[in-house]
Write a protein that binds this ligand. Structure first.
Ligand code: ADP
Ligand code: MG
Length: 596
């Protein structure tokens, strides 16, 4: 008996849908791209429940004839390529003819469309690939497509969807990837009857500004420099962030021929151009647009089409690197840089006289490689097993402190500060070296976590309230964590759709650091990909702890060090931070003895 048969179209379409339509945001992408391919100059996106119940796209593009609209929902039906050779000269966003067929196999679709030259348009209703209705109607020129109850017939896929908040964030990021390449098109995005994004037609720069400008208060020109280069292989233009405006929440976008793309290799080129200009945890924003002969790229390697292969990627790497370097150099941004030492590998040598105990203090980055406290000991030929004597060389000016019993139940004699960033002390016969910044971060992390649990904190009122502007994309996240931010001391109130007024801040925070600290928290919470409140709270507490802990280079008095170490040792976990960073290392006496 023969056993092979062709799958019914509805099944084949659902299988294809698995690849093309993974979530509401992929559906949004396909629909908006179709509108752009149809030459629309105004596009309105409307969603309900993050696209779960409704995703609607209305355009003023070329519309479809009654026959074409029926065809459009068939598999491999496209008006955009006729033969295989066309694949290599693509200038449209879509070409596979799969999207509408996929969408209508997993949703209830209603479309109204009219070509400008026709008097009547067509209304077509399809549920799970089944045509339910088709009729002639009066409607505006263009296409209006409603996708209702996505995955209504595929419960497993429905279960894969994340919280509305996450899905809405996905919708917005997808939306941004598109609107950033079509500044000449007017876009509106509406969710739950509220306008989330309203973008007038304009230039590249204006578009970036209207999408992201609100979340960063400096004007565009203050934060970005232009890049531009034209070669036979590729033309590149765009904007790269000045190093000093780099942060933890960068916006990084590559586009090729009007299409968003990911390209880790080209990303590396950009980052290489910034080498030595950024502090360890800051990354620059960039918006870089490539124009290239479509024949030298292959967009076909992934159905969702964000990975793109370039025939000349090594040459483009060099071109890009040079262009970004030149842009950063030309505007003379490099020399005025202020290096943040905290995250660098070199250990700064800080002299107490030049150091101030302020978090704004940046230590000098000279590294005295000949300095080694062990050397001095080596000159004395008596064997030393007592680590305290070993470190007499480091700091003779400090009077001896008698061993004391602290409430952490540990006997601690004396602490020494080394290189402006380590605290040395003896514990249970071992030599302990603690990283001062991380030790304090750990103590504060525990404190903030407790405050969040009991909802009590020390807040300092600001004389001049700060305004925190949040991009619409991040608003759902901020709304969800606002209560927890209040618990750690941020006295905040919603000002309008995109901003908060911050009237009070955690007692330990510098007023000037308010917005950066909030941005850090936001970046860290977004990074969890968890929707568990507990995970969020941990992120908030840790991020705030990092931002308020004593910095490297801060000279600590004996008493401050003792207090800090005492607080640290009183914690249940004091050797590593929740993000896995080591706080203390330990050298057993036997290990030290081996060195002599
Ligand atoms: P593709 O975009 O890859 O061609 P789709 O399934 O997304 O495949 O769309 C199929 C066809 O339907 C398109 O080629 C186009 O002719 C037509 N179409 C889809 N959306 C629109 C729209 N908004 N306006 C006009 N025509 C459209
Ligand atoms: Mg398409």
């Amino acid at each position: 008996m023969d056993i092979i048969r062709l799958l019914p179209d509805s099944v084949a379409n659902q299988i294809a849908a698995g690849e093309v339509i993974q979530r509401p945001s992929s559906c949004l992408k396909e629909l908006v791209e179709n509108s752009l391919d149809a030459g629309a100059s105004r596009i309105r996106v409307i969603v309900q429940d993050a696209g779960r119940t409704l995703l609607q796209v209305i355009d003023d593009g070329q519309g479809m004839s009654p026959t074409d609209v029926r065809m459009a929902f068939e598999r491999h039906a496209t008006s955009k390529i006729k033969e295989a050779a066309d694949l290599f000269s693509l200038r449209t966003m879509g070409f596979r003819g799969e999207a509408l067929a996929s969408i209508c196999s997993v949703a209830q679709v209603e479309v109204m469309t009219r070509r400008p030259e026709d008097e009547l348009g067509t209304r077509l209703v399809i549920h799970g690939s089944q045509v339910m209705e088709q009729e002639a109607v009066q409607c505006p020129a263009g296409t209006n497509i409603k996708v209702k109850n996505l995955f209504f017939n595929v419960p497993v896929r429905r279960k894969f969807l994340k919280t509305d908040q996450t899905e809405l964030r996905n919708l917005l990021s997808e939306f941004y990837r598109i609107v950033l390449v079509y500044p000449q098109v007017q876009f509106t995005m509406v969710s739950q009857d509220e306008i989330l994004s309203d973008l007038p037609a304009g230039t590249d720069k204006q578009r970036i500004e209207s999408v992201f400008g609100k979340s960063v208060r400096q004007p565009f020109t203050g934060r970005f420099v232009d890049i531009k280069v034209e070669t036979d292989v590729v033309s590149v233009h765009g904007f790269v962030g000045k190093p000093e405006s780099a942060g933890k929440n960068p916006q990084q976008y590559f586009f090729v021929n009007g299409r968003f793309m990911r390209h880790p290799y080209f990303h590396k080129a950009v980052m290489t151009a910034y080498e030595g200009m950024l502090s360890a945890d800051a990354a620059p924003s960039y918006f870089i647009y490539f124009d290239i002969n479509p024949e030298s790229i292959d967009v076909n390697i992934h159905p969702t089409k964000t990975e793109i292969k370039f025939a000349d990627d090594q040459i483009i790497f060099q071109i890009l690197l040079a262009a970004v370097r030149e842009a950063l150099g030309k505007f003379n941004v490099a020399p005025s840089l202020d290096f943040d030492v905290a995250g660098r590998l070199e250990i700064p040598v800080v002299s107490p006289s030049s150091a101030q105990p302020s978090s704004a203090y940046r230590p000098v980055t000279t590294h005295d490689s000949s300095y080694n406290p062990f050397n001095r000991m080596a000159q004395h030929d008596r064997p030393q097993t007592d680590w305290q004597r070993l470190y007499e060389a480091v700091d003779r000016s400090q009077p001896e402190v008698q061993p004391q019993l602290f409430d952490c139940g540990v006997e601690l004699s004396k602490c020494y500060q080394y290189a402006g960033r380590y605290i040395l002390f003896a514990l249970g016969g071992s030599l302990m070296i603690a990283d001062q910044h991380r030790a304090h971060t750990c103590v504060l992390f525990n404190k903030y976590s407790q405050q969040m649990a009991i909802a009590r904190s020390a807040s300092q009122q600001l004389l001049f309230p700060e305004v925190w502007e949040v991009s619409p994309e991040d608003m759902p996240v901020v709304d969800a964590m606002a209560d927890d931010l209040r618990k750690v001391g941020f006295d905040m109130e919603r000002l309008d759709r995109n901003s908060f007024s911050i009237q009070g801040i955690p007692a330990a925070l510098d007023a000037g650091g308010t917005v950066p600290a909030l941005q850090d928290i936001l970046a860290s919470v977004k990074d969890t990909r968890s929707s568990m409140r507990e995970d969020w709270c941990n992120r908030i507490a840790l991020s705030l702890a990092y931002d308020t802990a004593i910095s490297y280079g801060t000279v600590l008095s004996d008493e401050q060090m003792m207090d800090l170490i005492k607080d640290l040792l009183a914690l249940k976990t004091y050797k590593v931070l929740p993000d896995g960073k080591a706080i203390v290392t330990e050298y057993e006496q036997a290990e030290i003895e081996k060195r002599f």
